[in-house]
Write a protein that binds this ligand. Structure first.
Ligand SMILES: Cc1cc2nc3c(=O)[nH]c(=O)nc-3n(C[C@H](O)[C@H](O)[C@H](O)COP(=O)(O)OP(=O)(O)OC[C@H]3O[C@@H](n4cnc5c(N)ncnc54)[C@H](O)[C@@H]3O)c2cc1C
Ligand code: FES
Length: 274
């Protein structure tokens, strides 16, 4: 999709919904024209500009669901309705599916926003949706009430502490579930090790799997080279964030490490390894 401009557009926060103690959804009246899976660069002047997946986009309103994680996101989560932010985009690739297909969506933690948007759009195309959602506790499950009320969506929940749904990880019974239900496609967004596992299961069962990859982004449109994946140098902001599991599982970096703002490797399983 062609971007309207690379300059930030100033948008006003119309509504804020508190999802969990540290996650809020911000609604903006703006014709973004994004597709599920795409992201915007969100600018808080004087602080930072950070990538955020689009969580919902109707004709004249879009939403972002933001986890108050560090400096920029904590400050954004303190803003009030009527405050203004800058956005660039939409950028990146989108989830692909066809009318009437059966989709299995696997989301973990604050990775759920693009899958939430996808759910709304796919229902318009009469897709059947199994939404498998996992979090540490029931308080950290996003959009629960809305998802429970959506006709055409079968919700499956797992929490690590067992406070709602199955006790454990959403991937624990995934292989059996997929074998029994045989979806046309799998889409996943969440912690990278979760997505890696989902991709491996999808590849093993020969079900097309689309993964939304998160890498440190600066420009968001392919110029700075910050978001590349080793060893091929694939730029996540233009060839992703949504990529095929077949491609990702061939890359050394996926599921092993990411890079910080300085380009230093940060290993998922061993933060002290250099
Ligand atoms: C395509 C994409 C979509 C995303 N969608 C969402 C979303 O819907 N909701 C949400 O809450 N978060 C989302 N994120 C993550 C979000 O960008 C980071 O949480 C945010 O940038 C943290 O910034 P900070 O200043 O609050 O934290 P900091 O303290 O600066 O950083 C905390 C951690 O956030 C990550 N981070 C910081 N800056 C960036 C950056 N420019 N690009 C990528 N990661 C960064 C790093 O892992 C860092 O260790 C997405 C990231 C990407 C790449
Ligand atoms: S963020 Fe600059 S090339 Fe991807």
């Amino acid at each position: 999709m062609e971007n309207k401009t690379e300059l930030p557009q100033i948008v006003e926060i119309k509504q804020i919904v508190t999802e969990t103690p540290d996650i809020k959804t911000f609604y903006f009246d703006y014709h973004l024209e994004s597709k599920p899976g795409q992201f915007v660069m969100l600018w808080l002047p004087g602080v930072d500009e950070v990538p955020m997946s689009v969580a919902l986009d109707t004709n004249n309103q879009f939403a972002l669901t933001i986890y108050a994680r560090g400096d920029a996101t904590k400050k954004i989560c303190k803003l009030k309705e009527g405050d203004k932010l800058g956005i660039r985009g939409p950028y990146g690739t989108m989830f692909n599916y066809k009318e009437g297909e059966h989709l299995a969506l696997v989301g973990g933690g604050y990775g759920t926003p693009p899958l939430y948007f996808l759910t709304h759009e796919a229902l318009k195309k009469e897709c059947k949706i199994d939404f498998l959602i996992g979090a540490h506790t029931k308080e950290k499950l996003l959009y629960l009430k809305t998802l429970q009320g959506l006709e055409g969506v079968n919700l499956h929940i797992a929490t690590t502490d067992g406070s709602l749904g199955e006790k454990g990880h959403i991937t624990d019974n995934l292989e059996n579930f997929l074998q029994e239900n045989k979806p046309d496609r799998i889409m996943t967004c969440g912690p990278e090790l979760l997505m890696k596992k989902v991709g491996e299961i999808g590849d093993k069962l020969n079900i097309q799997t689309q993964i939304s990859v998160e890498r440190y982004m600066k420009c968001g449109f392919g110029v700075c080279g910050q978001c590349t994946l080793d060893p091929l140098g694939i730029r996540t902001c233009v060839s992703g964030p949504v990529m095929s599991s077949k491609v990702l599982n061939m890359l050394d970096e996926f599921g092993q490490y990411t890079r910080d703002a300085q380009g230093k490797k940060q290993y998922f399983n061993n933060p002290n390894k250099k």
